[in-house]
Ligand binder design. Structure first.
Ligand code: NAD
Ligand code: FES
Length: 287
């Protein structure tokens, strides 16, 4: 169904934008962890985006995307008042959220654009009554997302930047390690959303502490219905489909090496797109 863009905010111009969509049916049932699949126009590819927030009262959902390939570039060209050809959802399994009694706490980790998707999960933990520590990381202060939004409900928001321009200098796993060390056994669960190497690093770190860890996998998807097999991942030695069995899985059981290899399968095609669209994100990554 054509879906109207009610509000658009270029969070990081040329790189990351936020859209608030008029999608009452999706907003009514979407829960943290769910995602949508979009087609920008009739012939466009179908691509998934995790829901960053919902407003049931106003019938809206919020999505945040990194302008990375042809489809997100097409999305970036749409403005407020225009329509996305179709938005299908909510898809996937919602985050398993349980209440942990004090002094137990939950750490929600977000890297780069993944912070937006983590925001919805952190909100779910807060609404369940959990003490939530958000750890967010970006390469520099200009790339930090949702710090203000998270601070509205999280008990603590810890920030790291690779270059030290805001918060602690270093990568976000340094923040997580610091809290795992200082909290003793009080961390009940860690949830991580962001670049695959980050989710892998978080999972490897928490394994040593015996802390259950959930990751939200951003596999390639086509139908989003469990039919095509494009999104398959190996978890605990079993084949799973990210679109219907996930997107969240036990980080200690995910075969990250296979996932990274599959995500790299279309790098050459993405390079062709990238040569046609010299968007700022590539300029920054190459700098
Ligand atoms: P990025 O590469 O700029 O990394 C952001 C931060 O993540 C870094 O500053 C660092 O703190 C941390 N990080 C990165 N690599 C790490 C490593 N090896 N070990 C420890 N920490 C590490 O992020 P970006 O360019 O904004 O990319 C965002 C990624 O998140 C994209 O790959 C996108 O597909 C993914 N994403 C996933 C979801 C999801 O639902 N799974 C949602 C949105 C975005
Ligand atoms: Fe086709 Fe998941 S996207 S099986």
């Amino acid at each position: 169904m054509p879906t109207k863009i009610l509000h658009k905010e270029r969070l990081i111009p040329g790189r990351t934008s936020k859209l608030v969509l008029d999608a009452p049916q999706i907003a009514a049932t979407a829960r943290p962890g769910h995602f949508v699949i979009l087609r920008v126009d009739e012939k466009g590819e179908r691509f998934p985006l995790t829901i960053a927030d919902t407003d049931k009262e106003h019938g809206t959902i919020t999505i945040v995307y990194l302008v990375l390939g042809r489809s997100t570039q097409m999305l970036e060209e749409l403005e407020e008042g225009q329509f996305i050809h179709d938005v299908c959802g909510p898809l996937g399994r919602a985050t398993h959220i349980q209440r942990f009694e004090a002094p137990k706490k939950v750490i929600c980790v977000g890297g780069g654009t993944g912070v937006a998707a983590m925001h919805h999960i952190a909100k779910g933990h807060h609404e369940a009554g959990n003490y939530v520590i958000a750890c967010i990381g970006a390469r520099n202060k200009d790339l930090l997302l949702f710090e203000k939004e998270l601070s509205l409900f999280c008990d603590e928001v810890l920030v790291s930047t690779d270059d030290g321009s805001e918060g602690q200098k270093g990568i976000v796993t340094d923040l997580v390690k610091g809290r795992l060390d200082s909290e003793g056994g009080n961390i009940a669960e860690v949830v991580a959303v962001g670049p695959v190497p980050m989710m892998q690093a978080v999972s490897e770190l928490t394994r040593g502490y015996g802390v259950p860890t959930t990751v939200s996998l951003n596999s390639l998807m086509v139908d989003g219905l469990g039919m095509c097999g494009a999104c398959r991942v190996t978890v605990g030695g079993e084949m799973k489909f990210t679109c219907v069995d996930g997107p969240e899985f036990d980080g200690h059981k995910v075969d990250f090496a296979e996932l990274r290899s599959r995500l790299g399968s279309f790098r050459s095609q993405e390079t062709v797109v990238r040569e046609h669209h010299r968007c700022n994100c590539f300029e920054k990554k190459e700098a």
